[in-house]
Design a binder for this molecule. Structure first.
Ligand code: INI
Length: 178
């Protein structure tokens, strides 16, 4: 049996944006459902989940960026399915989407979760979208919650380090003045 990461009902009060591609709707619909179910089961309110559908995976980064910069969400989850069998553009779409999503995360400082399936076949995509099997939509939800927690802790401890540095500086200045 597959072990799922435990994040508990730690997500009460979080606001989550989801950008989901409509292309390969049979797959992305399942990812979206599993993602929303996992967020809600970890305590995210249904009114705090903001879903935007886009035509295909290629359009995900722009909407993720707009959501991240709005200040209205704590994390953005990107869901899509790019299947090699369907397109000679597979490699271009995959590299643009992954590059774009990574760029938005670094540029905005907001956790952006990569929940875009990139598979060789429909069957592989089906398996990864199946809530009873690999369930990548649910995994993306858990990653979002985990990353918000990590970033909040990190920002808190960075502030503490900054305060410690200021204290050390001021005592050194005092010694110099004595
Ligand atoms: N978009 C996907 O999300 N998955 C695919 O497999 C796919 N294929 O096969 O082409 C796909 N293409 C559409 C693309 O993402 C854009 O929506 C389109 O090119 C308009 O910009």
């Amino acid at each position: 049996m597959r072990t799922h990461r435990q994040v508990g009902r730690s997500a009460t009060g979080l606001r989550i944006g989801i950008v989901a591609a409509k292309f390969n709707q049979r797959i992305t619909g399942k990812l979206l459902r599993a993602c929303i179910d996992a967020l809600e089961s970890h305590g995210v309110g249904s009114d705090a989940i903001h879903v935007v559908r886009v035509p295909g995976a290629f359009e995900i980064p722009l909407v993720a960026q707009t959501m991240a910069k709005s200040g209205n969400v704590d994390a953005v989850i990107c869901l899509g399915a790019v299947i090699r069998g369907d397109t000679p553009h597979f490699d271009y779409i995959c590299s643009e989407v992954s590059r774009g999503i990574g760029h938005v995360a670094l540029e905005s400082g907001v956790p952006i979760i990569f929940g875009v399936l990139t598979t060789e076949t429909d069957a592989q995509a089906e398996e990864r979208a199946d809530p009873k099997k690999l369930n990548r939509g649910g995994d993306a939800a858990k990653s979002a919650i985990e990353m918000v927690t990590v970033m909040r802790r990190l920002k808190g401890s960075t502030r503490e380090l900054g305060a410690g540095h200021a204290t050390r500086q001021s005592s050194a200045t005092r010694r110099h003045a004595d």
